[in-house]
Design a protein around this ligand. Structure first.
Ligand code: HEM
Length: 311
């Protein structure tokens, strides 16, 4: 049975750091694989010492070059989405490698993020470098709890991992976006109107009853089903970022395939049959967008094995 990267599901961590890389031109597979061995070694040491977790994920191009026999059919680059009539778009800024470091506090997260970045120095350049934090009881900076509809922790691996027996088993697909918010505009709405934008109550995240939930509310748009009407479940781990001038959400979601992400994005961006646009887009704008494969530990071992005694 293929083992998954436990760090995808490690819960309760309050400090996060997302780093994306593009491999430098002319770097060969062996050099990247060696750098990844060093990244994994740093993580194995830190995990034992500091309870800090690392998820390693790949864009289509890099994973196809490192592990051509282990590429699940569905893996592809993020295409970007554009609804020019509504004035909403989500760009593709697809990179090669995404590291998600998370732990109890910013000190150990910094240690591991800087060790991993040092290991990749020379072979890859950083294209996104974003420390994030958990805000109160897992709230987005709009003040709404984010993650209420996630599967229970016991069920999350079954729901989000590529099933055993399928190509890429034990891995999971992911999608990430950097959303920058207009909190001033959102704050001008009365709380009752904010709740209509999200589709849930603000203090305790209770879904509004169907007759009070507008068709363009966020949860109405984001909840999608397959052609047989079966809900397509995802597991979200988004976290806010903020400084004095820019505030937003680093959106992170995992699932068994990329097609469910495509359905969600079409529904949110008004590209589904009903053409309805998610009202939340009036208050936030995506600046980056990527699809990823987080391979199983077995597939990582095949590409960048940990030295003996480090696992
Ligand atoms: C800045 C952007 C976003 C913010 C602030 C945001 C915030 C929220 C909040 C507050 C909820 C309700 C609580 C919960 O169930 O977690 C929610 C639900 C959800 N969001 Fe988002 N979200 C954002 C973008 C997205 C995007 C881009 C997607 C997918 C492409 C998405 C997918 C979902 C899903 C699947 C749910 C659960 C719906 C349900 O079944 O109730 N979100 N989001």
């Amino acid at each position: 049975m293929a083992r998954h990267q436990h760090a995808v599901f490690a819960d309760g961590t309050r400090a996060h750091h997302h780093i994306e890389f593009r491999v430098r031109p002319g770097i060969d597979r062996a050099a990247i694989a060696q750098a990844l061995v060093e990244v994994r070694t740093a993580s194995a040491d830190q995990h034992l010492g500091g309870g800090t977790h690392l998820v390693i994920a790949f864009g289509h191009r890099l994973w196809s070059s490192l592990a051509p026999d282990r590429v699940p059919e569905g893996l592809r680059d993020f295409p970007g989405y554009d609804n020019p009539e509504a004035g909403h778009q989500i760009p593709s800024t697809q990179a090669d490698l995404w590291l998600w470091v998370h732990g109890a506090g910013p000190d150990t997260v910094y240690d591991l993020a800087s060790a991993a970045t040092a290991a990749l120095d020379g072979v890859a350049e950083i294209t996104l470098d974003q420390p994030c934090f958990v805000y109160h009881d897992s709230r987005d900076l709009t003040g709404f709890i984010d993650g209420s509809a996630n599967p229970d922790p016991d069920d999350a691996p079954t729901e989000a991992l590529i099933p055993q027996g399928a190509p890429g088993a034990g891995g999971t697909y992911a999608m990430t976006f950097r959303f920058e918010h207009d909190l001033d505009a959102f704050g001008l709405l009365a709380v009752e109107d904010q709740e209509k934008v999200m589709g849930r109550t603000k203090p305790d995240s209770v879904a509004l009853p169907a007759d009070r939930r507008p068709a363009d509310s966020h949860i109405t748009r984001a909840e999608v089903a397959d052609d047989a009407g079966e809900e397509l479940v995802v597991y979200r781990r988004s976290v806010p970022f903020a400084d004095a001038t820019v505030q937003g959400l680093h959106f992170v979601s995992f699932g068994q395939d990329l097609d469910r992400f495509d359905r969600q994005l079409r529904a949110i961006y008004g590209l589904a049959e009903d053409g309805v646009v998610d009202r939340l887009l009036e208050f936030t704008r995506a600046k980056t967008g990527s699809y990823w494969l987080c391979p199983s530990v077995d597939d990582l071992d095949a590409v960048a094995p940990l030295p003996a005694g480090e696992d």
